[in-house]
Design a protein around this ligand. Sequence first.
Ligand code: ADP
Ligand code: ZN
Ligand code: ZN
Length: 686
Amino acid sequence: MEPLYLTIALDTPLDKVFDYRWLPASAQNESEQPQIGQIALVPFGRGGREAMAGLIVAISRETSVPLDKIKDVIEVRAQCQALSPAWIELCRFAAEYYQRPLGEVAIPALPKNLRVPKATSLNSNLKKLAKQKLAAPASDASPQQPASLNPEQTAAVEAITKVSPSQSFTPFLLHGVTGSGKTEVYLQAAAQVLAQDAQAQVLILVPEINLTPQLEGNIRQRFPGLQLATLHSGMAEGERLLHWLAAHTGHARIILGTRLAILASLPSLKMIIIDEEHDPSYKQQEGLRYSARDLAVWRARQLSIPVVLGSATPSLETWQHAKAGRYQQLNLTERAVKAAVLPVVKLINTEREKTSEGLTQRLVAAIRLRLDKGEQSLLFLNRRGYAPVIHCDACGWISNCTRCTAHLVMHKLDKRLRCHHCGLEQIIPRRCPTCGNVDLQPLGRGTQRLEEGLQLLFPEARVFRIDADSTRKKGSAEAAFDTVHRGEVDILIGTQMVAKGHDFKNLTLVAALNPDSALFSQDFRASERLFAQLMQVAGRAGRAAQKEGGNSSEVLIQTRYPDHPLYHALMAHDYNSFANDLLEERQHAAMPPFIYQALLRAEAKQLETAILFLKEAAHCLHHPGITINDPIPMSMTRVHNIDRAQLLIESTSRPALQAFLKEWITQLRGIKTSVKWGVEIDPVDV
Ligand code: ADP
Ligand code: ZN
Ligand code: ZN
């Protein structure tokens, strides 16, 4: 038999695919011909000594590679069914759109154990799967009855599930206030899709790993007979492979995951749900900097299936799509639990009121009221550690990181100063490194210091802190949230980790401590984010009906700027006018979503090197309709002894920007430089 030539996409920065020869004799199973979409192990690197896994993207009887140069395929992983043309098309789109080689998108999207030279764990996992050994469905639990929907929920479920074939593809924006029962809409819409088709798969994306256990529990109770796969970055490789295979083989009918799940292989995908679609964590911030939300919309369009973007505070991009009629908007305007009402939001002026341990008297009194009635309070402070910096009063020394444009944060519990950017750690000095003064003072307040202060103010209360430091161990975050849900906590302190999604039933007070800094950030998205974050954390209060004799739910914001319009919009629970005002500003200033952006990032030992490279880049190509701004240092210039600068490219036309970038990147590849650079499309931190 004649040899076949397989074109393989490999995970290398080289923007090309590679041909390899396949001979029937070299295959383990002679009768099986390779197929497009299968994984193949091939020799790569100097002398072809390294075995690398790649994706077969084309098969031919001919090749342009000279026959004395071509290398043989080591092995085709025929035991694993081929990835579908639709999946390869998705990767191709992402590669094209984010300006990356196909292999750099497709291969990292596959579980590691599928790509390693030895296929033992693949084989054993395939066996496990055949025996249905995926985390067992909760067969013992009696199925949870779906809630009877209120009229707005009913309308939403109907709109999502009754899309007529003649209707053109339209994503749904489910705009529902906090506690309006968006989850119930997702689950009931999913139930219909799953019931209509015995193979159908539904993908549900959440912004944070910590939100998966709660939703996973709900899903298992609601669909006790169905296989559920979870996909997120906190999983061990073996577990990840098993769940990925469950999705890929169609065993799993519901797939719950964080952003990386958008690139999962889902052969029978029939619906995508993106909860908290505005959340910044849907944007990958390293490597392939993709937006899982945007890819989800593309994927749904490709398959002509419904996609639901849910949020109380949609991103302005999505909001603008809805206003322009490109997305169909579905509204949930009230809390779903009867007699649960949105909390009253009040501002406390910290310029006027005295504080102790960072808390005003009004806030202290409000916490006391909750303690008296056995209700919970949540204090939101988006800054972990004890104090963001320590300093010396005598000479002005402050604890800066020697490797970053950042302070070393004081962590009192383990007596360390720690850089949150590069990981540098040192013991808290006893005396000032410059003048020897022994009286070094913490400046400002992080969650640990707040915890200490609350224990002093309320010695009888059970104070509990949830942040990245308190939940480092695997499973500890889930355990921590369980502790709160079980009611074993009176005062919860938390960073943005606790702000999202959790359905705390006994929480009637939320306080946000000094969220002001975002009001004056250079980042034009800062106020959009702050509003979303505060709205979300406020939404944790009063989710159940008020208990008899209990406190009504309340949100207190300690601020130095009580006149700021953002806070007033928050008090009025008025996302709509806030968003509309912001959109108007953005339109005037020619900013996203009215224009499209890309960022060229450059990293070097010296800032000048990076800037010089960017200057050269800025001059090497011009297209009409493309604005190339001046290179600037990034706002946090130095991280781990590397200086970083950026160049912003803008256009009112997405296709024009794409065409420019394609040509430009080819030219940039030709520039000889020590600078590490990369292009990011639709950046969210500019
Ligand atoms: P959201 O995601 O919109 O913030 P959730 O989906 O968490 O809100 O719902 C808030 C609460 O309302 C949950 O406790 C949920 O069980 C309850 N709920 C949802 N829909 C209904 C309904 N139709 N009737 C009664 N309770 C409901
Ligand atoms: Zn000093
Ligand atoms: Zn550092």
